[in-house]
Design a protein around this ligand. Structure first.
Ligand SMILES: NC(=O)CC[C@H](N)C(=O)O
Length: 254
C-alpha cells in the first residue's frame, strides 16, 4: 500500500493520523527531510504556520518539501498546511515566513479573524459528495482560519464559505458578492485543488467525517497508478471506511 506521510512538527498531525487509521491506513510521521523518501503522499496539518515554518527551517525541510511538490507527489494542506502550500500569503507576521508553495493562489493567513472568531459551517462540496457519496455538505471546522483570495487558471474551487458579515477583512476579485433574495452574501474560497495538490482552510481531521481523507487517498492512489500495481483504493472504487460507508457523524469538537 502506498505510504502516506503526515508532517509532524506541530499542530494537528495526531488527529490526521487517527483519521487515516479510521480508514485502515497508517500515516507516517515526517520530521526529517530523508523521511520524505519513504512516503508517496503527504498531509501538512493545521496548527500555526509561522511556528511550523520555523521548525521546518530548523530541520532543513523546505528544500525536500519543495522537491516533493515539484515531483508531482500528492500533498494536502489543511489550514496552516494550506498556507504552507500557497505560492503567496498575506497577513503574515513581521518578517514574513517561508512557504513551500506550489498552489497557484494567494491566501490570507487569518482571513476570518482571531481565535475567538473560530466557527463551524456546513459547506456544500459537490466534488466530495460526487466522489465519496454521503451528504451534499461537509461540516467545516474553521480555527483562526485562512481563506483563498486569488487563484490561478489551473486551480479548481472545491468549496466556498459565506463570510460572516462582522469580519470581512479583505475583498478581492475572488471574493464574490451574490444577490440572493436581495440580501448580498459574500463568499470566499476555502477548498481548492490543483493537479495533485489539495488545500482546505478548515480541519476535516477534527470531524468524524472521513470523506476528505478518503478523497485524498484516492488522489494519491491515482497518482501512484502505473508505478505500483497495489492501490490504496480497492478495485471497483469501494469506499475505504471500515464499514464501506463514509462516516458522517457530527464533528468530534462541537
Ligand atoms: N488552524 C490553523 O491551522 C490556523 C492557521 C493560522 N491562521 C496560521 O497562520 O498559521
Amino acid at each position: 500500500m502506498a505510504a502516506v506521510g503526515v508532517l509532524a512538527l506541530q499542530g494537528s498531525f495526531n488527529e490526521h493520523i487517527a483519521a487515516l487509521a479510521r480508514l485502515g491506513v497508517k500515516g507516517m510521521e515526517i520530521r526529517k527531510p530523508e523521511q520524505l523518501q519513504n512516503v508517496t503522499s503527504l498531509i501538512i496539518p493545521g496548527g500555526e504556520s509561522t511556528t511550523m515554518a520555523k521548525l521546518a527551517e530548523f530541520h532543513n525541510l523546505f528544500p525536500a518539501l519543495r522537491e516533493f511538490v515539484k515531483m508531482g507527489k500528492p500533498v494536502w494542506g489543511t489550514c496552516a498546511g494550506l498556507i504552507f502550500l500557497a505560492d503567496k500569503a498575506i497577513g503574515q507576521k513581521t518578517g514574513g515566513q517561508e512557504l513551500v508553495g506550489g498552489l497557484d493562489c494567494t491566501v490570507h493567513r487569518n482571513f476570518f479573524g482571531s481565535q475567538i472568531q473560530s466557527f463551524e459551517a456546513d459547506l456544500p462540496v459537490p466534488e466530495l459528495a460526487c466522489k465519496e457519496g454521503g451528504p451534499e455538505t461537509f461540516r467545516g471546522v474553521f480555527i483562526r482560519a485562512p481563506a483563498v483570495l486569488e487563484i490561478g487558471p489551473g486551480v479548481d474551487v472545491l468549496a466556498e464559505c459565506p463570510v460572516p458579515s462582522t469580519n470581512v477583512l479583505y475583498s478581492s476579485s475572488a471574493v464574490q458578492i451574490q444577490e440572493e433574495n436581495s440580501v448580498p452574501e459574500e463568499k470566499v474560497i476555502v477548498a481548492i485543488k490543483q493537479g495533485n495538490l489539495l488545500g482546505t482552510a478548515f480541519h476535516p481531521e477534527l470531524t468524524a467525517d472521513t470523506r476528505w481523507h478518503s478523497y485524498f487517498l484516492k488522489m494519491a492512489s491515482e497518482a501512484g497508478e502505473g508505478t505500483s500495481s497495489r492501490s490504496v483504493v480497492p478495485a471497483g472504487g469501494v469506499d475505504l471506511s471500515y464499514d464501506g460507508k463514509p462516516r458522517i457523524d457530527l464533528p468530534i469538537f462541537q
